[in-house]
Structure formats: C-alpha cells, structure tokens
Design a protein around this ligand. Sequence first.
Ligand code: G1P
Ligand code: ZN
Length: 562
Amino acid sequence: MSITVKTVPTKPFDGQKPGTSGLRKSVKVYQQPSYTENFIQATLSAAVGASLKGSTLVVGGDGRYFGKEATDLIIKMCAANGVSKLLIGQNGIFSTPAVSCIIRKYKTNGGIILTASHNPGGPDGDFGIKYNISNGGPAPESVTDAIFKYTTTIKEYLICPDLKADISKLGTQTFKVGGNTFTVEIMDPVADYVAYMKEIFNFSSIKSHVSGPDGQRLNILINSMHGVMGPYAKKVFVEELGCPASSMVNAVPLPDFGGHHPDPNLTYAADLVNDLKKGHHGFGAAFDGDGDRNMILGHNAFFVTPNDSLAVIANNLECIPYFQKNGVKGYARSMPTAGAVDRVAKAKGMECFEVPTGWKFFGNLMDAGRLSLCGEESFGTGSNHIREKDGLWAVLAWLSILAHTKKSVEQTLVDHWKQYGRNFFTRYDYENCDSSPANKMMSDLNSLVADPSLVGKVYSSGNKSYKVAKADNFNYTDPIDKSVSKNQGIRIIFDDDSRIIFRLSGTGSSGATIRLYIEGYESDESKYLMSAQDVLKPLIDIALKISHLVELTGRTAPTVIT
Ligand code: G1P
Ligand code: ZN
C-alpha cells in the first residue's frame, strides 16, 4: 500500500540562518511547532536541491536529546520529498567523522548531521542540524545561504505522517511512496568507520604498544564525555587494540552528556586531567559530543596544545601507512592556530595554508589535492581521509607516532621544540557576553587596525616590549575557487612573530562569545617547559589594555582558558 504524502502549510521563522556548523539553537527553539520541519524542508529543497528526487542521504547524530524525534521527522520528510534512500546509523547515531566517511564511501548526495557538537545537551541544552555535501564536508556558504533564503519564504513542507521506520533495527526497510520505493537502511554506526581506520593505520603496531606486557606497555585512558564516541572507542581500543575495559571512561552516550559540556578542553574535561595527574597512564584523550574534537594529554596530565599536536603529527606522518601510500601534499591551519606547523612545513619544503576558522575552508584544498593534514587550535585535527576533523583519527595518529618512536608524550614535545622552537599559545573565551558591548569592542578594534599609524607602535608590559609589524582584519581568498571571506578576525602581529587575535564565535547559540588568542614564539631552550600563562602574560595584559575588554564587557576573567 502506498503511503500518503501530505503538504502542510507553514510560515517562516526568524533567524533560521545556518553557519559553519549548521543551525545551532536551544532544544526549546527546535521544539516549537513546525520549526524543525521548516528547516528540514529548506535543507532538502535548497541544499540537496535539483538532485533531491532519487537522492541518497546519510542521517545520524551524536545521540543528544531530540535526536530521535528529528531523525523520525527527517525520514518522514525525505520520503515525502522523493528521496530514494537514507543510510541511517542505528538509533540515529553516527559521529560527525563517521557521517563524512559514509558519504564518501557510498558516494551519497550528502548527509544530515544532528548535533550541536561540544555544546551541552538535554531538554535545556542545544540541538543542531547540519548539512554536509557530497565530498563529505560541511556545506559551503553558498549552500547555507541558499538554505537560509529558503527559510525566509517557506510556505509549506512535505511529510508522510504515517510512515513508520524502526531505527533500532539493523537492515533494510522499504516503503512505497507515491509510486516510488523509499528505502531506509539502518547501519551499524561504527563498522565502516572502524574498517577505514584499520586501512589508514597499522593497528598491530599500535596494539603491541598499548596492550603489550606489564611494564612495557603504554597505559592509555580515553574519556568519551558521554558523547557519541563511547561505542567507537570501545570497538577500537578494547576490541581491536586489546586495552582493558577500564581504560574507557564515560563511554556510555547520554542524551544530556551527564549534564556536562562535552568539550575536550582543560576546563570541561577536568576529569581526564585529574585522572592523568594520578600518574598511572602515559597517554590520555577526550572527545567532544560528536567526536570531531580531541584533547591529548601525556603522563601526569602533560598538556599537548592542539597547535603542537598538529605540528608533531605533521613532523611524523611518514610512520602512518595512509601517508606512505598517498604521499603528503601540504599542511594547513586556521588563522588563530599557532604557527608551529608552519615551521615543520618550511623544514620539509611543503605548502602550508592559513585559512579562516571553520573546517569548511580546508575542503577545497583537499579536493584539489593540495592538502593532507590540517588543524585548528580549538581541538580539531584531521586529514584528507575525510572532510571533517576527526578526534579518533588524531588519537590513532598520536599512538602510531608513539609506537614508532617509543618516546613518551612529553619527550616527543620536548624534542619537537628542540628542533623547531616553541610557539607558546593560549586562548581566552568569554562565553555568553551581551552582544552589544562585544560588538562595540570588535568595531573599536576594527578601527584601530584600520589606522596605518598602528604599525610601528610599541606596547610594553612588565619588562617586555612589542613593536607592531602588521595589523588587520583577516581576509581570505580561497586559492582554489577564489571566493573571498572578509573580516575573519582582528590580528595584531608584532615584529617577533607574536600575535594577538580577537574574534567573535560563530557557533554559539546565545549571546556573544569573545575569543582572544595569544601566541608568542620562543627559541630559548631553558624556557620550553615554562607555563604558557607565565610566558604570555605581558601579551595578555597588552591585549586586554588595547581592547578595553574588561571595561566594555564587565568580565574580569574568561570563562575558559586553554
Ligand atoms: C569554533 C572553533 C572553530 C571550529 C568550530 C566548529 O568556532 O573556534 O575552530 O571550527 O567551533 O567546531 P567559533 O565558535 O570560534 O566560531
Ligand atoms: Zn564537534
């Protein structure tokens, strides 16, 4: 019997404007009648667009609250809109890297990811719907703009209210809709992804390093923060690599992430930091809600900044089979990310790109064969194996390096700094500020850097002085499609390569989040083990003075320091 397609009249909602990471709002917003339906319809009509009829899409998310309801709506609306097939993770679960992997492996038209990444979940938390295109990466601005435009004029959406698919049951379910067959395939969320990791890395080498005999083994601890990564981590580390079950912490995905921010940084992943401080483990890692971010720690909670993590991986790629086979084409980092990887690129005679914040900017370079490895200071690391950052990939890259060199995490870093010098880095986040003072601060800074007389000016704090060499609001021209992205962050660069950067977050769901990034380069070996906060204090003071951040926002301290 054919299932009926219903056309439901609707009206536009304000502000359904997806950004880099999709449309991220509080669950309460998504629960308004027709809100989610409108956005799904806009995504299908504007993003999948002309290829919608007969298309195949991937659907999955990080298991957060409202995910199952949204998955159910997507199934009913895809059926009504003429989609031919959906590949859905069992119970609506896929990590973000897994969606990217599945889109590419099965050559689908795209995929819909249900996540608000590292933001809290639960009835009072956040939700998000994000569209990835056929290369497996986040939709570019042209596509998100088209989705937004559609939401502003939407008059109706299509749905099959009577279609009932069982997303808990692995296998294929078919339905007759308007004379066509609509197929829902419920997939094991981890199988394809893990199979891919086994192609990329040498699992037997990692296995002998992390589950060898007592006394020789590297004890690892993986904290999945009750996000989507628990099942992936168990499969890889316990089943494949032979680590004890006790090395998996917070590995059961929860719809509210246990009430925490599922964000792997020193503040929100304090559990991992405290566990590692006990000294029983030589390696620790945490992932965010949807599994694209990672934090790496060594023995006694030795912190590897994501900037250094990228540079160390860049320096050692040849021990990973994927790169032995495919070669290394180039490196990239986002603009606020410290320039440690640039030094590796220079030494290896490799191209190195500086792109705006957000993973989507790496995709074009990868598709054009110019980029193999990239990362962001915000705990994102990845390669051209997919088109999203990939937390578990980064951990396996690190373990491959440690298995190859037999060094500790700390020794790896110290040796790296001896070779290249150290790019000290810190990031201050001021979350949930009032928007108007935050905007004023940015516009004042914009005027400041637009004034040519800033170049040459000397700022001092304590016994340190810094002379401005360059100041601007970062503009980027994509080397491949020549598209221009303007005003991507205020940069004040000093003549010793130190940098002060200000940006407003583009991913928050309420208020304004100010991000202040500070970088200072040091080639004096005696300073390598100093704390970044101590080394960078003069620059932090100067940044606060220049921006009037405290006076304008009333914030005397950041919410998170990394
Ligand atoms: C943040 C990070 C950025 C990352 C994005 C998505 O964006 O800073 O590096 O790509 O989340 O994970 P922001 O909130 O700063 O715009
Ligand atoms: Zn994420």
